[in-house]
Design a protein. Structure first.
Length: 750
């Protein structure tokens, strides 16, 4: 008995003592910014690289939207040591467990790290035996107004409909003896005003949420032992720049600088006060310990590890870990991580070498403030099983902040309630300016987008409603603040499709008392849909989850209303043994396999559920499902294969999806359909890997449902009801399992 108890204790110890993630390292400098590695924390992201002996980094912060809704960088910073690195012993290291980047040759060190709890970047230089001078230069390519080029307009929310002569306004840059202050200031009038006017919403304009009016963002570079040396000019990639160089007052063994950031809507004086307030809060020694503790705790939440001697390539799991680090860099931001590059875009000519892409470092395709929900969702779904519930908040808050503007649309255009949240939606809750349509026939419904891809696509908001409900089911997260938004999204479909039926005839429901979801849409692909499968699956799944929540909270009014809604939902169409995209549809516009959405994200079919043969038949034999199959970008075939227990297929797609990207940092995938780094590429790969390892159905936890038996692996992932599962597969056998709380061990299915 003593031996047995000791053995159990030893196994628990092995599983509990999570190995920290391995550092990622380069042993040679980089050629340009495309060979950068990410660094960040809180809501800050940096691209760090060493070029021609200098340490350079781009600095980005979430929420820095200009007057055209471009997500602007803060600038580029260059660190120059008077005594260069010894390239024979050069190392550039991403210290994952503590969240910072270090450049060293064993005698000299440059450390760059971001505070998780306040918007501050630290640059520290150390020399072991001798003293040296250090120069730090702030470089800006926004020193004067810049006319946006034909290609460059796609970085803004105007995209292809940008007015002639549109400009990106210059930054304000103030250099003093001990530091340089830089900021971008939006005025009273922005793209928000153009959008409101275009969409005939001036009557309610004063009630609309507007996050970019008078927005000011920027920061200050400062070092106590640094003094202004002078200015410089140069050209990097495709952009001219001006630089302000600060030099250490004397040679020293230790040098330190900070870059403090601030963002607010208000006056320059208010912005300066916020900046100074943050500077006064800096306590480097304490802050360094706090950020290390945060990253240590972050990596303890979950992990996936492989035995490199097994059949699985180590790079797949390594890239999973590197991408999770990138997501962790926006844990506390007000704004979600963008699918099209996140905080880590670099000079666009290194993504696409075409002449038209010789643009400024601010460029990213498909806009900075516009929110493409079908892409964004894939960045955030994997956070549930990773236990990164705090990282979900910025994405959920995005919808919480904008849904009331979407309610105003419904009332103004159609006279009913509910939030009409479109697919490509602005950060103020209205349809994207160009996608709304600039050439609209007289009398065309002002509530509709005049767009072949986006018309009638309103159901993507429901995935974020489901995320909130799932976050509560997983962790007990308090989601009461999100409940009005969730209910409003559901209410829109109930009221709007009864409204449309009443426009066509005397009855609001069909002969079976069901809603008629027409005209509708199956993503951007199945247009003019009658009872779109993806919409029905979304409405049914969210309503059922909401009913479970109402039952838990003993909210009878919530339960009664949504029970009646559930009764009004039509059934998904299954024909010839396969799930159909809709009962009928008019045309195919894109390449999304919407008939598989009942598998994921809506989990109506899969391992351990009825109808598995129907779902597998659809995946394997539906002609469009086969035609559209891919691992590129937001394609989620790897997720569906995993959910259906198709192990060989899931493994094949996972190797393609999570293999090395085309750039030096292997988790910089893309551009795919979007841009680089392609965050919905990485997110869909993460989800697929998680589903291969663990799935949950009716509180039963299935281990390794689509994981090859010859891939040795060890993982820690989260399940519902505050459950954590740790398990190891070795030599084709499950050799270790730990479930917390222990009473859920009975729910494990091997």
């Amino acid at each position: 008995m003593k031996r047995l108890l000791f053995f159990c204790f030893f196994i628990n110890l092995l599983l509990t003592a999570n190995a920290q993630p391995k550092d990622y390292e380069w042993r040679t400098p980089s050629k340009n910014s495309s060979e950068s590695m990410p660094c960040g924390g809180g809501d800050i992201g940096m691209n760090v690289w060493v070029e021609d002996g200098d340490v350079l980094f781009y600095l980005s912060r979430s929420g820095c939207f200009d007057e055209n809704n471009t997500l602007l960088k803060q600038g580029r910073f260059r660190v120059h040591l008077s005594k260069p690195f010894n390239m024979a012993s050069f190392r550039q290291q991403l210290k994952l467990n503590e969240g910072y980047v270090q450049v060293t040759d064993g005698q000299k060190w440059v450390m760059i790290w971001a505070d998780v709890y306040k918007p501050v970047v630290h640059v520290e230089v150390s020399i072991e035996k001798e003293r040296t001078d250090v120069e730090v230069t702030y470089e800006s390519w926004r020193t004067q107004d810049r006319v946006i080029t034909n290609r460059e307009r796609f970085q803004s929310s105007y995209k292809f409909a940008a007015p002639k002569g549109l400009i990106t306004k210059h930054d304000s840059i103030i250099a003093t003896t001990d530091g340089v202050t830089f900021f971008h200031q939006n005025g009273e009038k922005t793209i928000f005003d153009a959008t409101v006017s275009q969409q005939k919403m001036d009557a309610v304009k004063d009630r609309l949420y507007n996050p970019i009016k008078n927005l000011i963002f920027g920061g200050r570079l400062h070092g106590d032992q640094f003094v202004l040396k002078g200015t410089t000019q140069g050209h990097y990639a495709s952009s001219d720049y001006k630089g302000w160089t600060y030099r250490s007052k004397r040679p020293m063994q230790r040098h330190a600088l900070t870059i403090t950031l601030a963002t607010l809507q208000g006056s320059v004086t208010e912005w300066q006060n916020l900046l100074q307030q943050t500077e006064r809060q800096i306590q480097t020694k304490r802050d360094w310990k706090l950020i290390r503790d945060w990253w240590h705790a972050f990596w303890q939440r979950s992990y996936i590890e492989v035995n490199t001697e097994g059949a699985m390539s180590e790079e797949v799991v390594r890239n999973y870990t590197l991408f999770r680090y990138m997501l962790g860099c926006n844990s506390r931001g007000q704004w979600p991580t963008k699918f099209n590059g996140g905080l880590f875009t670099f000079d666009p000519e290194y993504v696409n070498p075409a002449e038209e892409y010789r643009l400024s470092p601010d460029y990213r395709n498909w806009g900075g403030g516009v929110h493409t929900a079908q892409n964004q969702r894939l960045v955030y779904w994997p956070m549930l099983k990773n236990g990164d519930f705090d990282l979900l908040r910025p994405q959920l808050d995005f919808y919480l902040n904008i849904y009331k503007n979407a309610e105003e649309r419904s009332r103004l255009y159609w006279g009913h309630e509910g939030a009409c949240l479109t697919e490509q939606i602005e950060n103020y809750g209205l349809p994207c300016y160009p996608e709304y349509g600039t050439k609209r026939p007289a009398g065309f419904d002002p509530g509709l987008e005049r767009n072949a891809w986006l018309e009638y696509e309103w159901d993507t908001c429901l995935e974020f409603c489901m995320m909130a409900l799932e976050a509560h089911r997983y962790s007990g997260m308090d989601i009461e603040d999100y409940m009005p938004m969730i209910r409003s999204c559901l209410r829109f479909f109930d009221e709007h499709y009864q409204y449309l039926a009443n426009q066509r005839g005397a009855k609001r429901l069909d002969g079976n008392g069901k809603l008629v979801l027409y005209p509708g849409s199956g993503g951007e692909t199945f247009k003019g849909a009658y009872n779109s499968t993806s919409t029905i699956a979304a409405l049914r799944s969210v309503t059922e989850a909401l009913l479970a929540y109402a039952k838990e909270k003993n909210d009878s009014s919530l339960f009664t209303f949504h029970s009646s809604l559930l009764q009004r939902l039509p059934d998904i169409t299954v024909r010839d043994g396969m799930i159909q995209p809709a009962l009928h549809y008019e045309r195919v516009q894109n390449v999304e396999t919407m008939q598989l959405y009942p598998i994921f994200p809506w989990r109506m079919y899969g391992v351990g559920q009825p109808g598995l043969d129907i779902a597998r038949n659809t995946y394997l034999n539906d002609s469009l499902a086969v035609k559209f199959r891919s691992h590129v970008g937001w394609k989620q075939d790897v997720i569906w294969a995993a959910c259906l227990g198709l192990t060989d297929e899931a493994a094949r797609l996972l190797k393609l999806k999570m293999g090395n990207g085309p750039h030096r940092f292997p988790a910089f995938w893309g551009p795919g359909f979007d841009w680089t780094p392609d965050h919905n590429w990485g997110g869909s790969g993460m989800i697929g890997m998680q589903e291969m390892l663990m799935q949950e159905v009716d509180e039963k936890i299935y281990l390794f449902p689509a994981w090859p038996r010859d891939w040795d692996v060890r993982f820690k992932l989260h399940a519902s009801n505050n459950t954590i599962v740790e398990a190891e597969l070795k030599g084709g056998k499950v050799v270790q399992v730990k479930v917390t709380p222990s009473e859920r061990l009975k729910d494990i299915v091997y």
